[in-house]
Design a protein around this ligand. Structure first.
Ligand code: NAD
Ligand code: UDP
Length: 313
């Protein structure tokens, strides 16, 4: 039985990861300060004999004995990470230092949940791991993008200087049940608006693109990545290469919910990337043929069902 720490374990992705790791027979610890996560996401796991919950902020050191660490603690939605940009940077950077320091001391393997945002507003398409990105270092998204970029640097330095066993994944837009209804990300916004028959808010023209990955596909890739040989560190892209415009997403959500909502167009937020699509060749090669299995309509239907239940609609 492995003992595994998940920082950000009460968040959207973290709670699914804890559940899956427990189901696979591991001893799992969730560490979270509940900034954007919630106990509700993990309450169904709390009776499990091998699940422990710690309320803690990753910007402060933490001491535990574990075999593996998944470092997910960080707000991920633009409205949340921009709420207190300095804190977001501290969470990414000091959180990485604290998690890496722990991994070094106890010789644990550690995986960083990095992001497609390290590519910024990309000038190459689709994005490969060798692309260095196009990030505005002083823009609205910089606290998140640069924090995550610095965390990647720290991971590489701890590997080179201290032989820490590291893994870096770059996650592209991921959605599914347990996203926060007010989290502001596009999939949850559109579904909640559609279910309430409220206006669907497209920012800009709606011609910008994203590639949406269902959470179960991400988990499979993440766990396969953790289990790769020590000499493979990544970074590796994990995302669904099927690319959609935001307008196409809005129309799909309206169709699948049977909503009466109308589309309204609002100003585009600063530095909003124009396009985003992962090149997943490296993931396929290194993660035993991993590729996303759940396509957009199927994943949206599961997510719509979840929101119908929590919104009692
Ligand atoms: P989320 O906001 O639901 O989860 C983040 C979790 O981290 C929350 O439970 C939050 O309370 C916790 N947290 C935040 N600051 C903390 C701190 N200082 N100390 C302890 N806990 C803290 O977001 P998510 O979508 O589940 O994202 C999880 C990770 O995956 C994040 O690191 C995010 O950057 C990364 N990621 C997510 C996506 C996506 O599309 N969902 C894309 C790229 C990267
Ligand atoms: N978006 C939108 N309406 C919303 C929320 C988001 O049109 O209500 C757009 C947003 O401007 C961006 C895309 O959807 O172009 C994805 O936004 P999200 O915040 O989900 O993720 P990110 O921009 O970090 O990829």
């Amino acid at each position: 039985m492995k003992r595994i720490l998940v920082t950000g374990g009460a968040g959207f992705i973290g709670s699914h990861l804890c559940e899956r790791l427990l189901n696979e027979g591991n001893d799992v610890i969730s560490l979270d300060n509940y900034f954007t996560g919630s106990k509700t996401n993990i309450v169904h796991l709390m009776d499990h004999k091998y699940f422990e919950v710690i309320r803690h902020d990753v910007t402060m050191p933490f001491y535990l004995e574990v075999d593996e660490i998944y470092n997910l603690a960080c707000p991920a939605s633009p409205i949340h990470y921009q709420h207190n940009g300095i804190k977001t940077i501290k969470t990414s950077v000091m959180g990485a230092i604290n998690a890496l320091g722990l991994a070094k001391r106890i010789k644990a393997k550690i995986l960083q949940a990095s992001t497609s945002e390290v590519y910024g507003d990309p000038t190459i398409h689709p994005q490969t791991e060798t692309y260095w990105g196009n990030v505005n270092p002083i823009g609205a998204r910089a606290c998140y993008d640069e924090g995550k970029r610095c965390a990647e640097t720290l991971f590489m330095n701890y590997k080179d200087q201290n032989s820490v066993k590291i893994k870096i994944i770059r996650i592209f837009n991921t959605y599914g049940p347990r996203m926060h209804p007010n989290d502001g990300r596009v999939v949850s916004n559109f579904i909640v608006q559609a279910l309430r028959n409220e206006d669907i808010t497209i920012y800009g023209t709606g011609n910008q693109t994203r590639s949406f990955q269902y959470v179960d596909d991400l988990l499979e890739g993440m766990i396969r990545m953790m289990n790769t040989a020590d000499n493979f560190t990544g970074p590796v892209n994990l995302g669904n290469p099927n690319e959609f415009t935001i307008k196409e997403l809005a129309l799909k959500v309206i169709k699948l919910t049977g909503s009466k909502s109308k589309i309204v167009y609002l100003p585009l937020p600063e530095d909003d990337p124009v396009q985003r699509q992962p090149d997943i060749s490296l993931a396929k090669e290194k993660l035993n043929g991993w590729e996303p299995k759940i396509q957009l309509e199927e994943g949206l239907l599961k997510t719509i069902e979840y929101f119908k239940n929590i919104l009692k609609l």
